[in-house]
Every structure is written in structure tokens, then in C-alpha cells.
Design a protein around this ligand. Structure first.
Ligand code: ZN
Ligand code: CU
Length: 491
């Protein structure tokens, strides 16, 4: 009789706490880590990890896989980069709770970005049950998205909610929190979320606070108004009494503002607000073309290169092409070309925009309280490479090629720091008794292979991925295992 189900031998144990890596073995029994260090017994399966790092599975704190984990539960683009837990429901967008009106809106409003779904559930609890029934390959936790709450209760009304409407939104959020959501997210550049004033968000955040939940935000302005928008998000956490996660922190279009935003955030932490951030390691963003154009970014499209990532109809003609190329082909100014694309494609395209400066990205990545969030959009076409490559890109770029972080520190950001903030219990550290979510990778070769033109490429150097004790990927190939769980807050 073997002593363990799985033993990973002779690796460099990078345990997620930022403690110096050390040579050792790791044993798994069932879905738990049974021993770390020197393992004398035998495993039913033994993996030789000589020369490789053995780390906790990565936690992607910013995903839009809400529909994907149900529709495409293999989530190969996550598993193959070593992600074992996805945080869903970001940017105020998502798939639950759902009403008939929201189901109709979703088809053209959020569906083109999050992926198609009939939303065959009503409550957050029912959605969580649907994720469970789909048996995704990775674990998931989720925010209740404010944009969805608002649409379900008020549609596209551009005004403050009445008392009754606000109460209804609070009730729906309360229901989601009782189902195990980790908090509420907002997307304050997207409609209808953008119609909310600060007071509405404070009232809602208080509901999340009652359960120890957090407020995650795609803030109101990531460009010239970045500092004011950061202050608003912090004030919401402060007034409601909950932790704050600032999503995909960046200085977009205007460079260098992170030099001031990071100290602002650090000062809030000093006065006791639990505020942390996340980042994706690229200088290009990606979002809905309609939303970005609506933001009055016509000038942004003139000032910086942009690529059409996905469209509904004319895939050959538009996907992977620079907007400037398309405009030149059409003989139109950039703004008119975008209007034409939006009309032909019924407002569904997503776009990639090169609007960040590497110095800002590096500054954010290096911040002690910054985690990794891909913000990947699991859409058709040629999605931003961050969908496939975020975690390896951090290890490749900022640990090996242009050193900014030690391996141990990078892994801490991608694991224990993320787990603690997102109320993910007993994961994110390689510790006896904790869940066996593990990634084995080669620090010398790990690399993001996805490109803007060919984004659907699995990374290099990710050797084994284990989810809840089951081997989900081995030597660059995904297995049939789908051992992921829908995790409830703090459980
Ligand atoms: Zn966002
Ligand atoms: Cu997002």
C-alpha cells in the first residue's frame, strides 16, 4: 500500500509565504497536502521535480470567466498557465443574479465580452450550483457584480435609485453574500454601473461588510482622473468598513500617475484601510470597443495603436487588425472607421489598446500589496494574450529577464496574498492539511507564448498543475481531470 496518492520529489519548494525556497518533497493524500519537506513514504504516483519550483497553484484575482466555467469547464487557458483558482464577477459584470430583462440585455451587453450564456439560473446561489454541476477544472470564488444588480433592479436608468430600488439591490447582494460571494465588484466606466454615485456604492458595500466581504473596483477613471478615482474607492471601503481591491491598477493614456497613486494607497493602509491592488503584466489593455469609444476615447484611438480582438461577423476582415490599418483601407478617419465597425458588428467587438507605459507597469508589479489578475476576456477571435499568459509572463519578465521580484516574492503575490484578501481559505500556501492546489514549473524556461497576433498559445515551462489533489496538467498537456470547486467565502 502506498503511503500517499502523490509525491512530488526533489523540487525547490516555494511555499507561497515568500520564505526562501528550499529543496524538498511534497506529499498529497486525497485533496490535501499531507507532508512538506522530506517525505520518506511512497506515493501511488511519484513525480520527479528536480530542477523545478514547486509552488501553490496560482490565484487569478481578476477574471471574467463567469460564463466560461460553465460553458467551457476545461478552462484550458487557465489550467495551462498554472491557475488553480479564478476570482469571478469582476468589473461589475457577470452572469448572476439574472432576470428576464437582464438575460435579454446580456446577449448584446455583457455576452460579447464574457461569452455566450442563456443564464439558466436566477439567484447567485443557483449560479454557484450551476458552476459546481459543470465541474470546472479550476476552483472559483465570485463577487456579486454591481452592474448586474443595477440592471436587474433599474435597467439602464441614468439616475440615483429610489429608496425601494436601493433596498432591492441590497437584498440581492445580501442573498449573494449568504450564498458565499466574497463581496461586491463595480465597473464605474461601464453602463449601468457608471450611473451610480458614491453614496449608493457605500450603502451596498455596507452589506458586503456585514459578512466580512470586500469591495472590488474597476474605478471611475484610470487616466487623468486616476487619483480622484482611487480616493473614491478608498473612501467607499472606509465608510462601509470593508476591504478594498483596486482592479488592474494602471495609468492609462496619461503616463506616470502611479508614482502618486501608490503612495496614496499606502497612506490609506497606514490609517487602517485594507486596500490592495492587482495588475496584468502588459502595456496594452483590453475591453469593449463600444465602452472605450463611449468614454470619449476617440482621441485615444488616434494617439495610440489599437487592435480589434474579436467581432461577431467579419472575423477575417477585422480580427487581429490595427484600427489604423482598417481606417486606411476604408479611407476613413479613425473615429468614423470605429463607428462603422461598431454598427456592422452590433456593438460587440472587443479591442486591445496600447495605452500604458512599462515604467508604470513595473512600479505597480513591484508594489508589496499587488497581486496578479489577468483580466483575461474569454471571447472568440484573438483575445488579449493575458488570457493565456499572465502568470508565466510575470515569472518570465519580472523574475528572470528584467528582475524586479525574487521568485519567492512573485509567487507570494500570486498565491497567499491573493488568497488572504479574497477570503479563500486553506489555499495559497504549501502547508500540511491545506488543499493540494500545486504548480510545478521550471523557473529557467517558464514563458508566456501568447502574442497579440497568435494569442491562443499555451505557456512554456509549466510542468504539472494539481487541483484539489488531481493532476490537471502534465508536461504541457491538460488531463481529463475536472476537480475544481465553487468555493464559498471563508470556507
Ligand atoms: Zn475592469
Ligand atoms: Cu475586468
Amino acid at each position: 500500500m502506498p503511503d500517499y496518492d502523490l509525491v512530488i520529489r526533489n523540487g525547490r519548494i516555494v511555499d507561497g509565504t515568500a520564505a526562501p525556497g528550499r529543496a524538498g518533497d511534497l506529499a498529497v493524500r486525497g485533496d490535501r497536502i499531507a507532508a512538506v519537506g522530506s517525505v520518506p513514504g511512497r506515493g501511488a504516483r511519484e513525480i520527479d521535480a528536480q530542477g523545478s519550483a514547486v509552488a501553490p497553484g496560482f490565484i487569478d484575482v481578476h477574471t471574467h470567466d463567469d460564463a466560461a466555467v460553465v460553458r467551457d469547464p476545461r478552462v484550458d487557458f487557465k489550467i495551462m498557465q498554472g491557475v488553480t483558482t479564478d476570482v469571478l464577477g469582476n468589473c461589475g459584470a457577470g452572469v448572476a443574479p439574472a432576470s428576464d430583462a437582464f438575460r435579454t440585455y446580456y446577449r448584446t451587453g455583457m455576452g460579447p465580452i464574457l461569452g455566450e450564456s442563456d443564464l439558466p439560473w436566477s439567484t447567485t446561489a443557483e449560479y454557484f450550483a450551476a458552476v459546481e454541476a459543470a465541474h470546472p477544472a479550476c476552483n472559483a470564488v465570485a463577487y456579486v457584480p454591481h452592474g448586474v444588480l443595477r440592471y436587474v433592479v433599474m435597467g439602464m436608468e441614468k439616475r440615483a435609485p429610489t429608496d425601494a430600488e436601493l433596498r432591492r439591490m441590497c437584498d440581492l447582494l445580501d442573498e449573494g453574500m449568504r450564498a458565499g460571494a466574497i463581496g461586491m465588484s463595480t465597473g464605474l466606466v461601464y453602463v449601468p454601473g457608471a450611473y451610480a454615485r458614491t453614496d449608493e456604492l457605500v450603502e451596498l458595500a455596507k452589506v458586503a461588510a456585514r459578512y466580512g466581504g470586500i469591495y472590488g473596483s474597476h474605478i471611475r477613471n484610470e487616466s487623468g482622473g486616476l487619483l480622484e478615482a482611487v480616493e473614491e474607492a478608498i473612501s467607499i471601503g472606509e465608510r462601509a468598513g470593508c476591504g478594498v481591491q483596486l482592479s488592474h491598477h494602471k495609468s492609462a493614456g496619461v503616463f506616470g500617475l502611479t508614482e502618486r497613486s501608490l503612495p496614496l494607497i499606502a497612506r490609506a493602509r497606514e490609517r487602517g484601510v485594507d486596500v490592495t491592488i492587482d495588475v496584468y503584466p502588459y502595456t496594452a489593455s483590453s475591453s469593449s470597443l463600444a465602452a472605450m469609444f463611449r468614454l470619449g476615447r476617440e482621441q485615444a484611438f488616434e494617439a495610440a495603436p489599437a487592435i480589434i480582438a474579436s467581432v461577431k461577423y467579419n472575423k477575417e476582415r477585422y480580427e487581429g487588425k490595427y484600427v489604423s490599418e482598417i481606417a486606411a483601407d476604408l479611407g476613413l478617419p479613425i473615429g468614423d472607421a470605429i463607428r462603422k465597425i461598431l454598427e456592422e458588428e452590433e456593438n460587440t467587438p472587443s479591442v486591445i489598446m496600447f495605452i500604458m507605459d512599462e515604467a508604470d507597469v513595473r512600479r505597480v508589479v513591484a508594489d508589496d500589496h499587488c497581486m496578479a489578475g489577468s483580466d483575461g476576456l474569454p471571447s472568440e477571435g484573438k483575445p488579449h494574450p493575458r488570457l493565456y499568459g499572465t502568470m508565466p509572463a510575470i515569472l518570465q519578465k519580472y523574475v528572470r529577464d528584467e528582475p524586479l521580484l525574487t521568485l519567492e516574492e512573485a509567487v507570494r503575490k500570486m498565491t497567499s496574498l491573493a488568497a488572504a484578501k479574497h477570503r479563500i481559505k486553506d489555499r495559497g500556501v504549501l502547508r500540511e492539511g491545506w488543499y493540494a492546489d500545486i504548480v510545478v514549473f521550471d523557473p529557467e524556461t517558464v514563458a508566456d507564448a501568447a502574442t497579440y497576433q497568435e494569442p491562443r498559445q499555451y505557456p512554456r515551462g509549466i510542468e504539472y498543475v494539481v487541483v484539489n489533489g488531481q493532476v490537471a496538467a502534465e508536461r504541457g498537456r491538460q488531463t481529463a481531470a475536472r476537480a475544481g470547486c465553487m468555493l464559498r467565502r471563508g470556507q
